[in-house]
Design a binder for this molecule. Structure first.
Ligand code: PEP
Ligand code: MN
Length: 371
């Protein structure tokens, strides 16, 4: 039978963070003592970091890459804690990791996306934690399965861990989109709806896979009322031994965090403004979807362009265009869209699709240059 979960704040300061979100930051991996300490010092200096993170055991997709400093790295992390006063967090995937972290005095543990997928591993971690009250953050599983995510939280909660939070780090997708891991915001919203007491943190680094996209995802997470952010940072991000593209310098982190707008909780707002905000959030989400869908459509146009080139077929085929216009206009009309608007929009999309195909056919031509 399903039981209610009981949650307690991760830290007393969790709710009181006020003007800015709760920030967990630090390198993807602890690489060397100097790197951990230098990053930690700079992060502490920013004044915007609440918890220092660093991976000690790294789950790598392919063998032959840096798999973490291991136990030695734990000592560096604890030294960083002593020096900066920041609580420290690391990833655990086995009972051995848990034992070593508990022995060392690591403040916060997190379960990685590749571990959340495996109930055996999660149970092993939960059993190793029984009798403690260490805060645990559970990343979403790599596959978009809400039940698996909730199941992992339940296993830990049943073992007596009540200081829990979830981390939304995006999901693997077969079709590569603009992000390393598809955000699938609806899944995060579903979790928040199912477990409203559970703090939800966003990890824009692992969603984006590219540092330039981080501010956009971070703001979006805050606008969905997420409680905090986990952002990877490194003294020399480009030289990082793992996830180099998605880490920022401590200085860039400060700029990023200070640039975020933390909106008031809806409850405090006037009723009318509340409704407006909710509607705007829906619009934002839909616009993002529209842009992503358009980008997907253009990718297919590009593939059609390649096919046409290989088979010596003209780009424009009037009958196909007429068919598109005719069928889509009818659908638009049935859905209540004004005919003129649908016609203009379809023409614009068609023009761009032709331009994209021209670019494929003739990369040196004007379409290739102006694109
Ligand atoms: C990490 O935080 O560095 C990590 C490995 O994350 P994830 O489990 O989300 O891939
Ligand atoms: Mn990482």
């Amino acid at each position: 039978m399903k039981q209610e979960m009981i949650f307690q704040p991760i830290f007393p300061s969790w709710v009181a963070s006020g003007t800015r979100p709760f920030i967990i930051s630090g390198p993807c991996s602890a690489e060397t003592r100097d790197q951990v300490l230098a990053t930690a010092r700079q992060l502490a200096g920013t004044g915007v970091v609440d918890v220092l993170r660093a991976g000690i055991w790294k789950p790598r997709t392919r063998p032959g890459h840096f798999e973490g400093a291991g136990e030695e790295g734990l000592a560096w992390l604890m030294e960083a804690k002593t020096e900066t006063g920041l609580p420290v967090a690391t990833e655990v995937a086995t009972s051995r990791h848990v034992e070593l972290c508990l022995k060392a005095g690591v403040d916060v543990l997190w379960v990685g996306a590749r571990t959340t997928v495996n109930p055996f591993s999660v149970q092993e971690i939960a059993d190793a934690l029984r009798g403690t009250d260490v805060p645990v953050l559970v990343k979403n599983p790599v596959n978009p399965d809400l039940e698996l995510w909730i199941g992992a939280l339940e296993r830990l909660n049943k073992a007596g861990i009540t200081r829990l939070a979830a981390i939304h780090r995006g999901f693997s997708a077969f079709e590569k989109g603009p992000f390393r891991n598809a955000p699938l915001w609806d899944l995060a919203i579903d979790l928040k709806t199912r477990l409203p007491e559970l703090p939800l943190i966003c990890d824009p680094s692992h969603i984006c896979g590219a540092r330039d996209l981080i501010p956009f995802i971070a703001q979006k997470a805050l606008d969905l009322d997420m409680a905090g952010l986990m952002i990877e940072s490194h003294i020399h991000p480009e030289a990082a031994w793992s996830d180099a593209k998605q880490q920022v310098t401590p200085l860039a982190l400060r700029t990023l965090v200070n640039g975020l707008v933390k909106r008031q909780p809806e409850i405090k707002r006037a009723e009318g403004e509340n409704i407006l905000n909710q509607l705007r959030e829906q619009i934002d989400r839909l616009d993002d979807e529209i842009m992503q869908r358009l980008a997907d459509r253009m990718k297919i146009s590009r593939r059609i362009g390649t096919f046409k080139k290989e088979n010596n077929i003209t780009i424009l085929q009037v009958s196909r265009w007429e068919e598109i216009l005719h069928t889509r206009l009818a659908v638009g009309l049935a859905m209540g869209l004004a005919e003129g608007f649908s016609r203009d929009l379809l023409k614009l999309i068609h023009q761009e699709s032709i331009r994209v195909q021209e670019e494929v056919m003739n990369p040196a031509g004007p379409a290739g240059k102006t694109g």
